[in-house]
Design a binder for this molecule. Structure first.
Ligand code: SAH
Length: 451
């Protein structure tokens, strides 16, 4: 249960909204508790003053800090009966509404839905004494780049969007498919919003519901779109580099078509096409071959010509996508640059380079021994030429995900330095662990398990 406390000088504003529909039910079910507090109850003077003129002049009035301070303090102390967590362990946030605050979004709503308590302060007039923002509240929130007359509507908006995310308020399935919260948010639909929805009638005036939504195939098509997108994302080339493009004009036999597009250096272009071709292909075969190509469904007790959903990926486009995305020129902290081929580890031609720090003291021999151990599992490069920094650069440019350096300490304690291409981070590991560490990143098996 989340407890909302709203501090306002216009408590009546909330009555009608919170006493209808889902928010009303949520209170009845004790999923949320809403308390509205009149800020004037926390004033001490006869006139119940909550505002005063600003220092330095200027138009309008500013809300005073003292009543707000008293109200928040009183609420923080208040012990109320119901079963929400109180005291030290309670996760509580104090929010002030203000146009200059952090922009409220679905992610924030999700975060708030995990709290035990939210105290919201609604401003009015020209705003609130800045010390409230500085010292009393945890977060300042804006609901958008425009100025309202008060924080009451923002409070309703936050309460509404948070409440509907609390388990039990609305059916789980409707939340899963919703705008902003889709898995792979942008990818799932091409934009950040839910699919357009339709309901009866199928035809109104001359406007029709899209054919694919009538057939029931769209669920399968959606599954395939997600499946294929997941495959692309598993390569780790950045979620923002992919999007769907749903075709509006369809081939005469198709009932849906979508592309997965990739952000090439020259813009988003098709990488893979997913086409729902209905029973066109097989029924044409039937027609010209004179042979029945039907499947008998025992459960339904009827025969039908199977539908084809064709998904086709371009190999050369994939190659270009991987290379254009992977080859990068990076500025380093010391001001120099490095060329690095950040190719997905599973595709890298060499998985590891073994580098003896020096060409003497027995280091090359130990390094060579490691090469002999690793070469059965991975393509291994061995390099002893030039300073180790230059060797790292060479391997970066060739896209080798790991460099293992053998140094004098290796001779003493059988440990080596392992360096990661992308982060350039180095860590000291046991010689015996090297194979496993590399395997986890480069092995086809681990990659496939991610899909
Ligand atoms: N003088 C201020 C506006 C004050 S509006 C300015 O120019 O920025 C009065 C109150 O309405 C604010 O204190 C705030 O609580 C609320 N409010 C107005 N617009 C808002 C918005 N976009 N988001 C959240 N709260 C808002």
């Amino acid at each position: 249960m989340i407890k909302f406390d709203i501090i306002t000088i216009f408590p009546d504003i909330f009555k009608s909204y919170f006493n209808e529909s889902i928010i009303k039910r949520a209170q009845k079910k004790k999923v949320v508790k809403i308390n509205i507090h009149n800020l004037r109850d926390y004033t001490k003077d006869k006139h119940k003053t909550v505002d005063d003129s600003p220092y330095g002049g200027g138009p309008g009035m500013v809300m005073k800090i003292e009543p707000i301070y008293r109200a928040v303090n009183a609420l923080k102390k208040r012990k109320t009966k119901p079963a929400y967590r109180q005291g030290r362990n309670a996760k509580c946030k104090i929010i002030l509404f203000s146009p200059k605050g952090k922009k409220f979004d679905q992610k924030m709503a999700k975060r708030f839905s995990k709290l035990d308590r939210v105290i919201m302060i609604c401003g009015r007039y020209e705003g609130v004494d800045e010390r409230v923002a500085k010292h009393i509240v945890d977060e300042e929130i804006s609901i958008g780049d425009y100025v309202l007359t008060g924080g009451e509507i923002p409070a309703m908006i936050v309460l509404d969007s948070v409440t509907r995310l609390i388990p039990g308020v609305i059916a789980l399935e409707s939340l899963e498919e919703e705008s902003f919260s889709l898995k792979n948010t942008k990818q799932a639909i091409g934009t950040n919003y839910e699919y357009p929805q339709y309901t009866r009638p199928e035809k109104f005036l001359k406007w029709r519901v899209p054919k694919v939504l009538l057939s029931g195939n769209h669920k399968k098509i959606k599954e395939w779109k997600e499946k294929r997108m997941k495959w692309h994302l598993s390569l780790g080339m950045g979620e923002d580099n992919y999007r769907f493009h749903d075709h509006e004009k369809l081939a005469h036999y198709a009932d849906a078509a979508a592309d997965i597009e990739f952000r090439f250096p020259f813009g988003f272009k098709e990488l893979e096409g997913i086409h729902s071709r209905t029973d066109f292909d097989l029924s044409k075969h039937e027609e010209f071959s004179g042979k029945k190509l039907q499947y008998f469904d025992h459960e339904e007790n009827k025969s039908y010509t199977p539908y084809v959903l064709e998904t086709s990926i371009g190999l050369d486009r994939m190659f270009l996508a991987v290379f254009s995305n992977s080859l990068q020129e990076e500025e380093l902290e010391n001001g120099s640059t490095r060329t690095v081929l950040k190719i997905p580890a599973v595709l890298a031609p060499n998985k590891v380079a073994v580098l003896p720090l020096l060409k003497r003291d027995g280091l090359p021999e130990v390094a060579q021994k490691l090469v002999d151990e690793l070469k059965w599992d991975f393509n291994v490069d061995y390099d002893e030429k030039d300073a180790v920094g230059r060797r790292y650069r060479r391997q970066d440019a060739a896209g080798t995900p790991f460099c293992v350096t053998v140094d004098h300490q290796t001779l003493e304690d059988e440990t080596v330095t392992i360096r990661h291409r992308d982060t350039m981070e180095q860590s000291r590991v046991k010689l015996s662990e090297v194979k496993d560490i590399i395997s986890k990143e480069v092995d086809m098996r681990y990659w496939l398990q991610k899909i």
